[in-house]
Each structure stands twice: as structure tokens, then as C-alpha cells.
Ligand binder design. Structure first.
Ligand SMILES: [Zn+2]
Length: 247
């Protein structure tokens, strides 16, 4: 099929053409050694992994998936995220958690145990992210784990048995010792690092003085539009939440 697109990965990087597009048409490389993971859309999309990055082809490049946000069309970036999640799923579901049998692809996006028949779909780690405002100020924080000097919004993983709204309250309390009210859904975003869903909210400050959770955060506070710190990457829902407030 001439219109096939190839989403091929190696250690968190995606294989792109030198022009920064997803390879399409004929198989872009005599991908040896490579492994086909699955196919989507009836075979139009081929998902694969390389055992080592391709560095000797002038017409191809490896690029970190997050960086590909800045070169790929939006729909290809989202599809690249989905395919990366399927690669992660594949690499973490070789054997059945019930009986230890071999897991085989059953549909384009799920597997089944060859021995006991257990079916398995990729699991999403769901996290909330919340824009807390107080008058003309926004709450922004810098976590120890951030790889640059940007400030983001309060965020964290949803726990078992918790509603999204409870998670917002808990994370804001744990990270800053503030109480919030008027929690409203904003938007969501697949977050394939490695397999997540970010659910964005807005909330109003209710009470308390900022007391940062030192284990997780190195800095944080209230910022006005005229003194915002270094912002998150535009690929993130944090950036969208902040820019929505700025405008
Ligand atoms: Zn099994």
C-alpha cells in the first residue's frame, strides 16, 4: 500500500525524514534490525521499534517525541503519541499477568493471552493539572523534576477511588497547602510520556498561605501577567491553560 505511514521509535525518539515528516509510502529503511509492533487504520499506519537509532542515513533523523510537536502537523503529532503509547504497551505486556502465558495482539490496540484468554488494553495513567487564580494572580510552581527553569501548574496523578475534583483539591493542598473552590473542567490532552492522560481544570483560590511541598517543589508562588516566570513548552496543556488566562 503506497499511502502507508511509518511510526517507528527507538528509546523515546521517533524516526522522521530529514524534512521533519513521518516517513510514508515505501518502507523508509531496510529496518534491520527492527520489529513491527502493530498496524492501525487497517494497515495504513505501521508502528515499529528499532533496536538502535538510525544515524547513517542523510534522508532520515531521530527526534525526541516531545520535540516532534514543533515540526509535525497536529494530527500526526497526536497519532505519533498514540503509536508511542502502543509501543510502550507492547514492551510492557509480553506475558500475561494472570498465568504468565504469551500475550498476542488481538485487535489493533489490544492483546489477548494465548493460554487463558485474558484480554488486555493499554492502561492510561490519569493526571490532573489545575490553573489556580486569585484576583489578577496565577499560582505557578517549579518542580525538582523539571529539566529546565520553567514554572508550571499544580499537577499530579489521580489515585484509585478518587474523583478528578477530589484529586484537584488534594494535589493543591499537598503541594501548596491552599484550598480552592469553583473547580471547572478546561480540556484534556493525551500525554504519551509514557502513557498518560492529562485532565486540565481551573479553580479559584479559597483560603490559606502558600507552604510548598519541599520534597516535590523547589519554588512557587503567585504571579501577575506582567511578571510571569519562564513558561512551559507550548506542547503542554499547562501552556494552554496559562495562555488562556493571559488572554
Ligand atoms: Zn493468561
Amino acid at each position: 500500500m503506497k499511502n502507508k505511514k511509518y511510526f517507528i521509535y527507538c528509546q523515546g525518539d521517533i524516526l522522521l525524514t530529514k524534512e521533519g515528516t513521518v516517513p510514508f509510502g515505501d518502507c523508509p529503511v531496510e529496518l534491520k534490525p527492527w520489529e513491527k509492533v502493530t498496524e492501525l487504520l487497517g494497515g495504513q499506519v505501521v508502528v515499529g521499534v528499532l533496536s538502535k537509532p538510525i544515524t547513517d542515513r542523510p534522508d532520515l533523523q531521530m527526534m525526541p517525541l516531545r520535540k516532534s510537536f514543533h515540526v509535525l502537523p497536529a494530527e500526526d503529532y497526536q497519532l505519533a503519541g498514540k503509536c508511542a503509547e502502543l509501543v510502550y504497551f507492547h514492551q510492557n505486556s509480553k506475558f500475561c499477568g494472570v498465568c504468565g502465558g504469551e500475550m498476542r495482539w488481538q485487535t489493533e490496540i489490544s492483546k489477548q493471552c494465548k493460554e487463558c484468554g485474558k484480554e488486555l488494553w493499554p492502561s492510561l495513567a490519569t493526571a490532573i493539572i489545575v490553573r489556580v487564580t486569585r484576583g489578577d494572580e496565577i499560582l505557578m510552581v517549579h518542580a525538582h523534576t523539571f529539566r529546565d527553569r520553567h514554572y508550571g501548574l499544580v499537577a499530579g496523578f489521580v489515585e484509585t477511588g478518587e474523583t478528578l475534583e477530589e484529586c484537584v483539591q488534594r494535589e493543591v493542598w499537598e503541594e501548596t497547602h491552599l484550598r480552592v473552590t469553583n473547580i471547572r473542567y478546561f480540556a484534556s490532552q493525551p500525554w504519551p510520556y509514557p502513557s498518560g492522560l492529562m485532565v486540565g481544570f481551573t479553580a479559584d483560590y479559597l483560603s490559606g498561605e502558600i507552604e510548598l511541598q519541599k520534597a516535590e517543589l523547589s519554588d512557587g508562588g503567585w504571579y501577575r501577567k506582567d511578571n510571569l516566570p519562564f513558561l512551559p513548552d507550548p506542547s503542554s496543556i499547562a501552556y494552554r491553560l496559562i495562555m488562556d488566562w493571559v488572554k
